[in-house]
Design a protein around this ligand. Structure first.
Ligand code: SF4
Ligand code: SF4
Length: 460
């Protein structure tokens, strides 16, 4: 009869725990359509528990010592990875000092048409941008039927989303009810946060509207060249979640379909919030795609929604950069969220660099943050990134798709994000684990069956 000692039982229990843990992670990966992770978790389920089970079951000389060493080392490493130890503390990013002219942003420059007075005027002021900008003009273009990833159905769906959003641009502002309803700032802030979530926002935060949040001059459509004169006191930032499966298809068209869908959703929520506030008798203006007066990532950061990471996007604590943003500025008295700088996210970006490694245009810096406009940040090469978009016809999104912070908002990934936040040792190990399980350069996910269009219909 098999007689089990204390160490045998502990080893078998550890082996069983590892087996169940790896198998459960495999099932989650299967549901997330992460084939590489599924294979690797299953391989781990059948291999990692083996030394524990064999040592627990077999009888051989020195088994007791070996068993305790195995058990002690394993749980010692686990405890070390969980302990809230920290060795380094990156300096805060600081606040930009000067406001930005929206006409200098890549989207504004991309809207300039050769031979127009606006084009000539811009490059007279900024001849240094002409060569780089002409490079993206030589490519087929975003949503072009001649682009590498051209897909008629997908691109038409994207245009349809942008068309719907176009209409919202004209209702970002409007008349304010004459009789202001008296409000308790705390109560109305809580109401607005919940209303934003009820309308579909993933998160909402509140900040004072600072000068540096505002562009100096508009750079899009009919607002091109108009000075920005927003005098509101507060800003509400909101994020909406990008679907994980669609995002993971980048640079295939699924990613740009999702971008259009979420910009529209963010815009719908923002215009409703602004209108709601105006109905209470306070001035409010929604800031939505192509019609911003504010720099949304900066507002969102100051409203406590996240930090700006290596790829230059807002990184939220629960779904990383897999969000789109909108904002509302207002005079409604609100209670602002106190931003507490999350240095662990910046530190993780310093170690990780996965987005920089996969970026097909090499637009994401691999080094440390540098000072830019008075603040420490990573500055991506917007020109080479946009040139790549104009080559493939989509907004690429490879960086967002592979970011270890982008994994779905569920128990497994939230546990990993919790450990990344609380343990420096785990922070250092996590990028290696992510590469090991999901691949250092994960392949784009295949489009779902409904998205696949016969080749002869997908291009001109
Ligand atoms: S991929 Fe890594 S380095 Fe890039 S933004 Fe995400 S966490 Fe930061
Ligand atoms: S969107 Fe694509 S090209 Fe642009 S920075 Fe991200 S990975 Fe690079």
């Amino acid at each position: 009869m098999l007689v089990l000692s204390t160490i045998d039982i502990l080893l078998l229990a550890t082996g069983a725990l590892l087996l169940v843990g790896c198998a459960a992670a495999g099932i989650v990966s299967k549901l997330e359509k992460e084939q590489t992770a599924l294979r690797r978790f299953l391989a781990a389920a059948f291999s990692v528990p083996v030394p524990f089970v064999l040592t627990g079951l077999l009888a051989f000389p020195g088994k007791g010592i070996l068993g305790w060493i195995l058990f002690g080392s394993f749980w010692g490493i686990v405890v070390l990875l969980i302990l809230p130890i920290r060795f380094t503390l990156p300096p805060p990013d600081g606040v930009p000092t000067a406001r930005i002219d929206e006409r200098d942003t890549i989207f504004s420059r991309a809207s300039l048409e050769t031979g127009t007075a606006r084009f000539d005027e811009y490059y007279r002021r900024h001849p240094e941008n002409l060569e780089a900008d002409n490079r993206f003009r030589e490519q087929p273009g975003l949503l072009s039927s001649r682009s590498r990833e051209a897909d008629r159905f997908a691109f038409a769906a994207v245009e349809a989303g942008f068309m719907a959003e176009e209409h919202l641009r004209f209702i970002t502002d409007g008349p304010v009810s004459e009789e202001p309803v008296p409000v308790d700032p705390e109560q109305i802030t809580a109401y607005l946060r919940n209303l934003a979530r009820y309308l579909g926002a993933h998160s909402a935060g509140f900040s004072f509207l600072r000068e540096v949040h505002l562009y100096t001059v508009g750079g899009r459509r009919e607002w091109y060249g108009n000075p920005v004169k927003n005098t509101h006191t507060y800003a509400i930032a909101l994020s909406v979640e990008m679907d994980f499966q669609m995002t993971r298809q980048g640079p295939k068209p699924g990613t740009v379909m999702e971008t259009a869908r979420q910009y529209l959703r963010a815009a719908e929520i923002a215009v409703q919030l602004a209108d709601f506030i105006r109905r209470l008798g306070y001035s409010a203006r929604a800031h939505i795609s192509s019609h911003y007066e504010v720099i949304c990532p900066l507002v969102a950061r100051d409203a406590g929604l996240g930090e700006i990471g290596r790829m230059g996007l807002l990184m939220t604590p629960r779904i990383g950069p897999r969000v789109r943003l909108a904002a509302v500025s207002t005079d409604l008295p609100l209670v602002v969220d106190t931003r507490s700088f999350d240095s662990t996210m910046i530190e993780f970006c310093e170690i990780c660099r996965k987005c920089a490694a996969v970026c097909p245009s090499g637009s994401i810096p691999r080094g440390a943050r540098s000072e830019d406009n008075g603040a420490l940040r990573w500055r991506i090469n917007a020109e080479s990134c946009y040139t790549y978009w104009c080559t493939v016809g989509t907004d690429c999104g490879r960086c967002m798709a592979v970011c270890p912070y982008s994994h779905p908002d569920n128990l497994m990934h939230n546990t990993v994000r919790f450990l990344i936040k609380h343990s420096e040792l785990f922070r250092r190990l996590a990028p290696l684990l992510d590469d090991l399980l999901y691949g250092g350069t994960p392949k784009p996910l295949k489009p779902a069956a409904w998205q696949r269009v016969p080749a002869k219909q997908s291009k001109d």
